[in-house]
Design a protein around this ligand. Structure first.
Ligand SMILES: [Zn+2]
Length: 309
């Protein structure tokens, strides 16, 4: 059952790094890694977190058995991430797949021609804020709208109308501000494994509509969460396959977020593991392997439940 708290993140507490963005970005990678591991250790209950995560859909009724939409997404938070992105795209293309990448438009250099050449190969693009200072959700609606408009203008014809808020931080103000600009919002999880806190999200794996928006929860475990829990490759793939199987069973879209940024999916081993997961998703026959543009249209069509403001 979707809840407003899930859509708006009303059960979130504003994190310190949204007041001091340097904490999020200027921190050395190893400190962030250590902090994430410490976070996981403090949670202290990795197995219980995973059990809780998988329990959400365990008793949900079965869907119609048809293949469900699969949407591969990337948030590119840094210039280093943008440099690594082609390696992820190459893995997807080798399997006949393509993805939707959310760009931080005014933080690092990027070239419209480069993105356009990827778009010609079936990939799509959306907005992930102008600067990723993690303050977007705490601005007035008019300022949220201005920022998103500025980012969309930078992308120009490459903008698909899809959007994801930085760090999954949401608020009523964010949704009011994005409503006139965004077609499909990916700023919430169905029920987060770890981040921003366990269970954060819409509370449903199905797309909903909110005013003219389609809100599509990110439903597969995210790379940052899996790394924070310290799961090895086998455990990571196992958890992703189990959640993907649940989504296929209940008839909900499988939406995957992978970051090409440093400390996320940026090493040959992790990119190879990403390819292994994609190959499994492809061969299972339970997922629609459409280009992101078609998947976005399908997700809008499926968003029949209206979540009122
Ligand atoms: Zn981000």
């Amino acid at each position: 059952m979707p809840t407003l708290a899930g859509l708006h993140g009303a059960d979130q507490r504003r994190p310190l790094y949204s007041r001091f963005p340097a904490l999020y970005f200027a921190t050395p990678a190893w400190v962030k890694r250590a902090a994430r591991s410490a976070f996981a250790a403090r949670q202290g209950r990795i197995e219980r977190l995973i059990a809780r995560y998988l329990d959400v859909l365990e008793r949900a009724p079965e869907g119609d058995g048809r293949p469900v939409p699969l949407v591969l997404t990337h948030d590119v938070d840094t210039g280093e991430g943008l440099a690594t992105l082609p390696r992820l795209l190459a893995v997807e293309e080798s399997l006949g797949l393509s993805s939707l990448t959310f760009v931080v438009t005014h933080r690092y250099a990027w070239a419209r021609e480069t993105l356009a050449s990827w778009a010609e190969r079936g990939h799509a693009f959306g907005v992930h804020d102008t600067t990723h200072d993690n303050r977007l959700a705490y601005l007035e609606p008019a300022d949220v709208e201005r920022r998103i408009a500025r980012a969309q203008a930078a992308l120009g014809p490459l903008d698909s109308g899809a959007f994801r808020a930085p760090a999954f931080l949401r608020s009523p103000s964010l949704y009011e501000g994005m409503a006139r600009r965004v077609r499909v919002d990916f700023s919430t999880s169905d029920s987060a494994l770890v981040w921003p806190h366990p269970g954060d999200g819409l509370g449903s794996p199905f797309p909903v509509s909110h005013r003219s928006l389609t809100v599509v929860p990110t439903t597969l475990p995210r790379d940052g969460e899996l790394l924070a829990l310290g799961l090895d490759r086998a455990a990571t793939l196992d958890l992703c396959r189990r959640k993907a199987s649940q989504l296929a069973r209940v008839g909900a879209p499988a939406v995957l977020l992978t970051h090409p940024d440093p400390t996320f999916t940026d090493t040959a081993r992790r990119i190879d593991a990403y390819g292994e997961l994609l190959a499994w998703l492809r061969s299972s026959g339970r997922f629609q392997l459409t280009a992101p543009a078609d998947a976005l249209a399908e997700l809008q069509r499926r968003a029949t439940c209206e979540v009122a403001a």
